[in-house]
Design a protein around this ligand. Sequence first.
Ligand SMILES: *Cc1c(COP(=O)(O)O)cnc(C)c1O
Length: 461
Amino acid sequence: MPTAAELADWDLRHFWHAFTAMDEYEPLVIERAQGVWLFDTEGNRYLDGVSSLWCNLHGHRHPRIDAAIVEQLGRVAHSTSLGLANIPAVELARRLAELAPGDLEHVFYSSDGASAVETALKMAFQYWLQCPSPCPAKTKYIAYDHAYHGDTIGGTSLGGIERFQALFAPLLFDVIRLPAPDASRLPAEIDPQRGADHYLAELEEVLEKRHTEVAALVIEPLVQGAAGMILQPAGYLRGVRELTKKYNVLLIADEVVTGFGRTGRMFACDHEQVVPDLMCLGKGLSGGYLPLAATVATGEVFNAFLGDGSQSKTFQHGHTYGGNPLAAAAALASLDVLEQERVLEQMEPKIVQLAEILAGLQDHPHVAETRQIGLIGAVQLAADGQTGNPYPAELRAGAAVCREAIRRGVWLRPLGDVIVIVPPLSISSDELALLGDVLAASLDAATLDEPLGTAVVQSDA
Ligand SMILES: *Cc1c(COP(=O)(O)O)cnc(C)c1O
């Protein structure tokens, strides 16, 4: 076994971390985990406040999921999904078809959320070439400001987060961009009760003019995650479904974050009884255990890829590890846990508790706004909580708060100056209370004391 110091050294030298400034990175190496707790090689423990990037549902080392993987390992670790099936992938496809809304019942596997979105984009494109009334001019996508759909070129093209997008602009394809349907940033003259109507009118204007060239609209249903947990007005998603139907445009719901109970229902689409044409799943699909993603299509989409046994209509796309048996076995066990431990019911008091934690932070002098859906919480920091006047970006206020939290034993990772709280759904009430206490203390430590406190005074001067 290498020592902790050796691991830290090798980590710095050779492990190039995702979305991480490597010149500032301080090694923190996880050795093991249990429930909501991560343990590092130095013997410290951290509450996993972001579910290992929004994917862990039932805690780490859940005995049922561990056992399912081990059992599958005794049979086969991997076989291809190109012209071949395996037992857990077949069972999981059937299970997802049952769970997914409406007639979404054809499951195409991949390994990451970005690939699930990429798959959906290409399915939508090919669909319009070979559906019963082909529309080869439909080659464009509608996506939103601040959207995030993963980091492949397709996903980045759809994405509307400036700092991810600007850099790669010359590589990206054009999308038709709509303003984010942000429930808390409606124009002043719009009655908040009519927020959905306002944003739907903007959408309809675009669809009216350009529907003949639009293959699909891609949306993160109810909440734009990586944007900082931006919430949509009630009724918006439902309206999007109606308008996309009316204008003959496919609806791709990217449920990579929202799927599998995170919002308090199985899928975000379930809140508004919406059946998209394509649904992208990832993150929590395997309970946060193994890389697994899926694009689920309706019969209507699927049928456009059939015909006369010829190859010409075949979906020309695939991923080597799609439908991996170990990952599928983990996903099946995770779905068993969701059902048998009545996770959705058990979440309800925790959703209320999270609301109370957020309410307690609402009046903090450096909190502009808090937002919540299900077990997703967000705290928007500001130099002036009253006016919402932001911190200068170079202060990295969000990172400063999270550093304080990590020091206090809660692992958090911000989205700019938004602190996100996305604990495993299995978090206990005591653990959630601890998370809330640490968050409050970290907020005070980072924003009221030096250096951010001083900087605020300076920037006011
Ligand atoms: C995380 C995320 C993705 C990308 O998933 P990866 O597994 O990181 O590729 C796609 N869509 C949404 C909404 C996400 O939050």
